[in-house]
Design a protein around this ligand. Sequence first.
Ligand code: SF4
Length: 418
Amino acid sequence: MTESTPARPEGMSAVRTTTAKQVRPATEGWTQAKDAEGRPLLQFASPKRGKPPVHLADLDHDARVEKLKELGMPGFRAAQLEKHYFQHYTSDPVHMTDLPAASREELVGGLLPNLMTEVRRLETDGGDTIKFLWRLHDGALVESVLMRYTGRITLCVSSQAGCGMNCPFCATGQAGLTRNMSAAEIVDQVVRANRLIADGGLGDPRKVGHKDERVTNIVFMGMGEPLANYARVMQAVRTMVDKKHGLGMSARGITVSTVGLVPAIRKLSAEEIPVTFALSLHAPDDHLRDELIPVNSRWKVDEALDAAREYFDKTGRRVSIEYALIKDMNDHAWRADLLAEKLNARGRGWVHVNPIPLNPTPGSIWTSSDVDVQNEFVRRLNDAGIPTTLRDTRGKEIDGACGQLVATEEDQAAAASV
Ligand code: SF4
């Protein structure tokens, strides 16, 4: 496919220049790498930090058995620990009465070490949306957001502490990359959310459905670029979908998103795990996307769209295109038309678009589009035959929507006191 650079309306620069400052919260133990002109650099490699303790969810079943044997304990205990963790959502030895009292602590210490401490919990939407702030073993802070909808419960998980992709409109990107999260740290966000749901902690208990409720959908749209932490994210996904030794979730309910790391998209297509794939595009032209998504300087719009189409061809799963609508930046009618043109050029029925009004972050120069502009953007795509749905912005009041997950200085202070 060839890139056609659309004409920009005169007088409009790709990115507005302003003296307003972006928020740059402190991130423990981390300094942003910069080029000679002082511009932040993309970070693909995670800075070296102490590794989190090995946990059952970092390993497959056989490796769990081996690990127990190495520790001088019977391998068959692995299945019992799996049951406690993945079905009863507990790592507390007190509740594991089927294990011998004398070795309970040792078994739990060996395979179920504590990975995260809850620092803060914020609720909104009448208790139907909850944002958690977690402190990891080395002080890194991450967040997850739990949302109850009619008929489903979605958890937005983090895959990295911070993010190295540097997208200028994104609060997480402003804080840089602290480190990759381990597979178990990713899975533990789900298990901890399931524990809270099982305790009746999500939403009005009078409205809560059956007692076996748990997280049904996962979106990798919290902190981090999931495909920049590929191996651990995939280990976490395998554990989430493992029916016998994991959480037994449906792969279709798991959405893995990326800003367009093309080689990793191709790898994901070959995994044979039919997760939902989402490409965070945010602009259909390289001129603007180079500015909005710095990694576009490496893999262009057409390359990312080609890889997304290949994902559909290999898996049969319809691809989602995420598009944060930013006022006067990427919300023009002609950009909606150009997006439709590029998607239709790759065939019909393989994609749908989710525009989402940008959630302004405190101190940010970026704001969401006006409602009539949003509606026009959606209408043009739908008219061109691209199924398009404006996504809601749950969690807005608690900075829990996409592009808003970032640990602030206040969070750091709260974490230090826990
Ligand atoms: S938008 Fe996504 S990829 Fe870009 S900086 Fe934010 S978290 Fe990272």
